[in-house]
Design a protein around this ligand. Structure first.
Ligand code: TRP
Length: 454
C-alpha cells in the first residue's frame, strides 16, 4: 500500500538555499518513491492570515510553484495544487470548527505567543489578534483530513498542529460513530540539514541572512556567498572546516569525495576568498539547470496555471466525495432523500449506509461493542465480556434478530435489550420520553436493516 504524504508550503517570501536544502529537495526526492502518494500544495489561505498585500501573495504563489516545478517536482506523479482552488477545504474547516474545543485553540503556540506579547506590554490580551490566527490550526487540520493523509512532513514547530489535526479527526470520528478520517502522523526528518546563513545562525528570512536560490541570478548568488562571515585567518593558515558555515553549505550540495577534498584544502590553508569561489561554483552547478527551468516557468504563468488546475482536479476527485459523505453524516442532506421522511419507508438496498458495530476493550480489559445507526447515532452498548468470542456471538445474533425478535425493556430514560431472558445491552440515557421513543424507532429500524442484509 502507498503511504499518502501531504504537506503545505507557505507562500510568503522568496525561496532561499535553506528552503531548498531543508524542504524542497527532500520533498521532491520523497515524491519519487514508489511507496509514496504525495500531495503538495501551496497554503495560500494560510498566507492571508499573515499578509494583506495582494501583490505579494500573488507573486509568492507563482514563484513558489515555479520553484518546486523547477526543482524537479513531477506534477504527473504528485498531486500539486493550491489550497484556494479546493472549496472543500474551507467547508471542512467549518465542520471541524464545530467540534473543536475552544480551550484547545487557546493553547495553540502561535496564538498564545501573541497573547503573551500583549500581556507583557499591558495591552488587552487579544489586541490585534485576528480570528484567522486563532483558527489557523483548524484550517490546517482540514488541509490534512480532507485527503486522509497518513504522514505529514513538517518542522518541529508544527508538531502541535498535527496533534490538533489528530484530535479534531478523532473527535469527529467519535461523535459521528465512524472512521471518517485517517488520523495523521507528523513526519519529522531528524537528519534534514538546516543550513547556516550568512552570519552563521540558521538561514532564515527573519534573520535577514539568506542566500537566494534563484532571485538575482548567478551574479546575486556569487555576491551573497562572498558575504558569508568567516574568521580572520589568513591564506596559508589552516582553517577549521567544522566551524565554518561555508563548509556546512558546501557539504549540503557535494558528494563525499568532493567534501573530503574541500575539507583537506581548508586544513591546508585555502584562503577564505578562494573557498567562497569553490563553494559558489559547486552550488551553481546544481542551481544553474534549475534556474533555467524556473525562468522559463516565470515567463509562462499560463503553463503553471494549467498544471495547478490539473492538480486541483486530481485533489478534488478525492475531496468532493469525501465532503459529500460528511455532509450526509451531519444531516445536510437533500430534503427529497431525507432518512426521516415519513412518506417513503426506506427499502434497504446494498448501497444504503448500514448500521454498524464498533468493538472496544473497556478500562477493565473486557470486550464490549456499540451499535450505531447508519447515521452514526449510538443505539446500544453491550454488557462486558471476558471472552471476545462471546461478544462476537452476541453481535452475530443481533444481526439476525430483527425488530420483531427484540425483547426491549422500556424505562423512562432508556431501554435494555434482553436475549434468552438475560440483559445483554442497553441504550444511552435519553433526556426525555420523546427522545427515548425516537431512539426506539431508530433501534428497531437498525435491527431490521441488519436482518434484511443478512
Ligand atoms: N503551517 C505550515 C507551516 O507553517 C504550513 C501548512 C499549512 C501545512 N497547511 C498544512 C503543513 C498542512 C502541513 C500540512 O509550515
Amino acid at each position: 500500500m502507498q503511504t499518502r504524504v501531504l504537506t503545505g508550503i507557505t507562500t510568503t517570501g522568496t525561496p532561499h538555499l535553506g528552503n531548498y536544502v531543508g524542504a524542497i529537495r527532500p520533498a521532491v526526492e520523497a515524491s519519487r518513491r514508489a511507496d509514496v502518494d504525495a500531495f503538495y500544495f501551496m497554503a495560500d489561505y494560510h498566507a492571508l492570515i499573515k499578509s494583506d498585500d495582494a501583490a505579494r501573495i500573488e507573486r509568492s504563489r507563482l514563484e513558489i510553484a515555479a520553484t518546486w516545478l523547477a526543482a524537479g517536482l513531477d506534477p504527473q506523479r504528485v498531486t500539486f495544487y493550491r489550497q484556494s482552488d479546493i472549496p472543500e477545504i474551507p467547508e471542512l474547516t467549518w465542520f471541524l470548527t464545530c467540534v473543536a474545543a475552544k480551550g484547545m485553540l487557546n493553547r495553540a503556540h502561535a496564538y498564545k505567543a501573541a497573547v503573551d506579547r500583549n500581556t507583557e506590554t499591558g495591552e488587552d490580551a487579544d489586541a490585534g489578534i485576528t480570528a484567522g490566527l486563532y483558527m489557523y490550526p483548524v484550517l490546517m487540520a482540514a488541509d490534512i483530513l480532507a485527503f486522509d493523509a497518513h504522514k505529514v512532513p513538517v518542522g518541529r514547530d508544527q508538531i502541535q498542529h498535527i496533534e490538533m489535526a489528530r484530535d479534531l479527526g478523532q473527535r469527529f470520528n467519535h461523535i459521528h460513530g465512524r472512521e471518517f478520517f485517517v488520523l495523521p502522523e507528523a513526519l519529522i526528518e531528524e537528519q534534514v540539514a538546516t543550513l547556516p546563513g550568512l552570519d552563521g545562525r540558521k538561514m532564515s528570512k527573519s534573520y535577514d541572512n539568506t542566500i537566494p536560490l534563484f532571485a538575482g541570478g548567478k551574479k546575486q548568488l556569487r555576491e551573497t556567498i562572498m558575504r558569508i562571515v568567516t574568521d580572520s585567518r589568513l591564506p596559508g593558515e589552516p582553517k577549521d572546516p567544522e566551524s565554518a558555515s561555508l563548509f556546512t553549505i558546501f557539504r549540503a550540495f557535494a558528494n563525499e569525495t568532493e567534501t573530503a577534498a574541500f575539507r583537506q584544502a581548508l586544513l591546508d590553508g585555502l584562503g577564505w576568498g578562494d573557498a567562497k569561489q569553490v563553494l559558489y561554483e559547486r552550488v551553481e552547478a546544481d542551481v544553474a539547470p534549475m534556474r533555467e527551468r524556473y525562468e522559463a516557468f516565470m515567463t509562462d504563468p499560463a503553463a503553471i496555471e494549467a498544471i495547478l488546475q490539473q492538480g486541483a482536479q486530481k485533489a478534488r476527485a478525492i475531496a468532493t466525495p469525501k465532503l459529500a459523505a460528511l455532509r450526509d453524516a451531519l444531516g445536510l442532506r437533500s430534503a427529497s432523500t431525507s432518512a426521516t421522511s415519513a412518506a417513503s419507508p426506506k427499502t434497504v438496498t446494498k448501497q444504503d449506509k448500514m448500521p454498524r458495530f464498533a468493538s472496544f476493550r473497556d478500562a477493565d480489559g473486557n470486550f464490549r461493542f456499540r451499535l450505531f445507526s447508519a447515521e452514526g447515532e449510538e443505539l446500544l452498548l453491550s454488557i462486558p465480556f471476558a471472552d471476545p468470542k462471546a461478544a462476537g456471538t452476541l453481535q452475530k445474533r443481533l444481526k439476525t434478530l430483527g425488530a420483531a425478535g427484540a425483547v426491549l425493556q422500556i424505562q423512562p430514560q432508556g431501554m435494555t435489550l434482553d436475549l434468552d431472558g438475560k440483559q445483554v445491552a442497553s441504550t444511552p440515557d435519553y433526556r426525555d420520553e420523546q427522545s427515548r421513543d425516537e431512539a426506539l424507532g431508530q433501534l428497531r429500524q437498525a435491527l431490521d436493516q441488519l436482518a434484511a442484509q443478512d
